[in-house]
Design a protein around this ligand. Structure first.
Ligand SMILES: C[S@@+](CC[C@H](N)C(=O)[O-])C[C@H]1O[C@@H](n2cnc3c(N)ncnc32)[C@H](O)[C@@H]1O
Length: 466
């Protein structure tokens, strides 16, 4: 069935599903803004309706498949081939603070000369890069060389006043929702590392390496340190701060409240201890504590990150530090876990950061510190196949695999695969399929007891001691 739709099938599927979407939106008073409308906190809220979300996925997947069917193959190939130019253009726009500069100009926009003057770059080059992005619906060229925001580029605005950013560019991301920090992280370090993927795969010294400091990123950054060691250096304060805030950006892309809904946190008693293993500055813990103030959480991470975490909590939720409902603890997760009576070990975006031998070591330490009822809550991608998985590896959790028969959702479903490649580039690591999670648990003494698949990059896997 896969790829078997012809253009009439696809067109009918789009048209029927658009009709359903309009009905759903009318029934729930949801508004789908046009592209030239302003991005706001609420402009995307129509997506949070579950049925609307499903319809949107089908429509975008079918529209992209229709485009792929009709476009000359060389154009589709070069859309992919030229991906790095788009990354580079995006990096320039964001790092030159174009979104913030455009904010005050409103719908009439600003000439590239004025934008470039403020950013301190060449206006001709900047105009060409913004045009390249506008052609892909990021910004809008309202008159020759005059650019403004559309609903998509509006998301690239940190919301900070332009003069504040120019006075202290190093603090640009502090106090933001982290989305722009995430874009900057991927378009800078991520882009540099990915350029060396082939060299890393061909060089016999690194082709089968399983160490975090022997990946493409090391060539891109010119270092032999792992990314974690590299960003712990005193001179990498900006990158370390940006990374911490970027994790907030990851959370901002996830379905709202996914972590709060995935597990019944209210079922935990007040003396329960939750360990947020490698919890960064404590983004997830803060979300949980704000919703369930009776809980106690210990966020563990490496010392340099704990220092940033202390600043973050002192600013955002100081009461929790005073009452010790939150504790920030330096702990190397590859050494034995010091807390032996935890109710929950929470691991968000951790297992995908490490080659499997390390993940087994970490999970084994947690298993050794677990009580018979300690739960392992893993928030990570469960990597879907791009085909139906009906073979002998299928298990009871694999039924809901977020595929729509006959459609390859293409860029409407790219997040899990992009995250997987990011892990390869950054850390010689990987996202895991359901079968791979099961194998990791088996070796380290855990058993899978539940899976919730969101399908947009964040999934949830729960395990108990076996
Ligand atoms: C992708 S981040 C995820 C952070 C956090 N769980 C979140 O979702 O916001 C991975 C974290 O692992 C931490 N880390 C790396 N090596 C570690 C180690 N040996 N022990 C503890 N934490 C470590 C990093 O400093 C970073 O904060």
């Amino acid at each position: 069935m896969y790829d078997a739709y012809d253009i009439t099938d696809l067109s009918n599927l789009i048209s029927d599903t658009v009709s359903s979407l309009v009905q759903i939106c009318n029934a729930h008073s949801l508004h789908i803004p046009r592209l030239d409308e302003k991005f706001t906190q609420d402009s995307e809220s129509f997506r949070s309706n579950k049925d609307a979300g499903k319809a949107i996925k089908i429509i975008t997947g079918a529209a992209l498949q229709l485009a792929a069917t009709l476009m000359p193959p060389q154009e589709t190939i070069f859309q992919v081939t030229h991906g790095h130019f788009k990354t580079a253009a995006m990096r320039v726009a964001v790092s030159c603070h174009v979104p913030e500069i455009l904010r005050d100009a409103g719908p009439k926009g600003l000439h590239s000369k004025t934008i470039a003057e403020k950013s301190g770059v060449d206006d001709g080059r900047l105009a060409r890069l913004l045009r390249y992005l506008a052609n892909r619906h990021v910004f809008r060229e309202v008159a020759p060389d005059v650019f403004t925001h559309n609903r998509i580029s509006g998301m690239l605005d940190t919301g900070k006043p332009v003069d504040v950013i120019f006075q202290d560019p190093e603090s640009k991301h502090d106090g933001t929702n982290g989305f722009v920090a995430l874009v900057e992280l991927y378009t800078s370090d991520g882009h540099k590392g990915s350029s060396y993927l082939l060299e890393n795969m061909k060089d016999p010294k690194t082709s089968h390496a399983t160490e975090a400091n022997q990946g493409p990123m090391q060539r891109g950054l010119g270092t032999e340190m792992s990314y974690w060691e590299w960003y712990s250096q005193p001179e990498r304060l900006y990158e370390r701060r940006r990374f911490g805030v970027a994790m907030k950006g990851v959370a901002s892309m996830e379905p709202p409240g996914f972590i709060l809904k995935a597990f019944d946190w209210s079922s935990l008693s007040a003396d329960s201890i939750i360990i947020d293993v490698a919890g960064g500055i404590g983004i997830s813990s803060m979300e949980i504590l704000k919703a369930f103030p009776h809980l106690n959480i210990i966020v563990q991470d490496i010392p340099a990150v704990v220092e940033e975490a202390v600043k973050f909590w002192e600013k955002e939720l100081p009461d929790a530090l005073v009452s010790q409902r939150i504790k920030l603890q330096a702990h190397d997760m590859f050494t034995p876990q010091p807390i032996q009576n935890a109710s929950i070990f929470l691991l968000k975006d951790i297992l995908h950061n490490w080659p499997d031998a390390y993940s087994v070591k970490l999970l084994t330490h947690l298993r050794e510190a677990a009580t018979p009822t300690t739960r392992l809550l893993i928030f990570d991608t469960v990597l879907p196949y791009t085909c139906d998985n009906t073979g002998p590896t299928v298990d009871e959790f694999a039924t809901e695999n977020n595929r729509i028969p006959g459609l390859s959702l293409g860029s409407a479903n790219e997040m899990p695969y992009s995250r997987d490649i990011a892990m390869m580039v950054w850390l010689n690591a990987q996202e895991h399929t359901l079968g791979q999670f099961r194998a990791l648990f088996k070796i380290s003494g855990w058993r899978m007891v539940g899976v919730t698949r969101d399908g947009f990059g964040l999934d949830y896997v729960e395990a108990l001691p076996s």
